[in-house]
Design a protein around this ligand. Sequence first.
Ligand SMILES: [Zn+2]
Length: 269
Amino acid sequence: MYFDDTFIEKVKSQTDIISIISEYTNLIKKGQSYVGRCPFHNEKTPSFFVNAEKQMYYCFGCGVGGNVMTFIMQKENFTFVEAIEDLANKANIPLELSDNKPHNSIDNSKKDLIFDLYKKAARYYYYNLKHNAPQYALDYIKFRKLDSQTIKTFGIGYAPTQYNSLYKYFKEINIDDKILVESGLCLQSETKGVMYDRFSNRLIFPIFSTTKKVIAFGGRVFGNENPKYLNSADSLIFNKSNNLYGLNLAKQSKYEYYILVEGYMDVIA
Ligand SMILES: [Zn+2]
């Protein structure tokens, strides 16, 4: 069963996140936002915020966040299609099924390969934080009060100072240069064709899809260098402008939604 993009947009535009979430928790208007007790974790003091204008929610207690679609999916354990159906019913929109499978111009095997590279890279960075991080990196972690449980939960890692350490790791396991460039994890210099890592000497924050796959990284410097935060470039599995806040359904990855991670430290603190 499939719905086409026009129908999905119609359902979204006729759905109000405030009234949907109000079925699960009592929301009170406070300034620009609505605030209530989080429907995802137990709390006495409300730390669950819903923004009507952006049609987004975020919990400062447990870190869940997203749009009305992710809310229904998380809360009811619905698939994407079930969530659309449910929201369409609530908005009294008759279902319009599409016979066509979702348009899929993406080479799925390549996509899977890139997912796998991000998983390997995340493990590599995490390992390096545990075993190869220099003192100033450890001091920084201490300064930001990131304990080992937080580091584990968020999969925080360390990209070594060397310009090509991740690249060398991938070469040891025989990964092709072309796919490394395509993944955005490594880059190739235009003049000499030298391969180098996107991230070096940074604290690494994996960005996860709601299906718990690593789809990108954010890297923070330890000092005051610029840019303070560096994000992964767009790739087959990540489209920052369309998807980071789960605001839009990107054609390329209709079923992927992203956990809010902009301002990584704000999320973790
Ligand atoms: Zn919560």
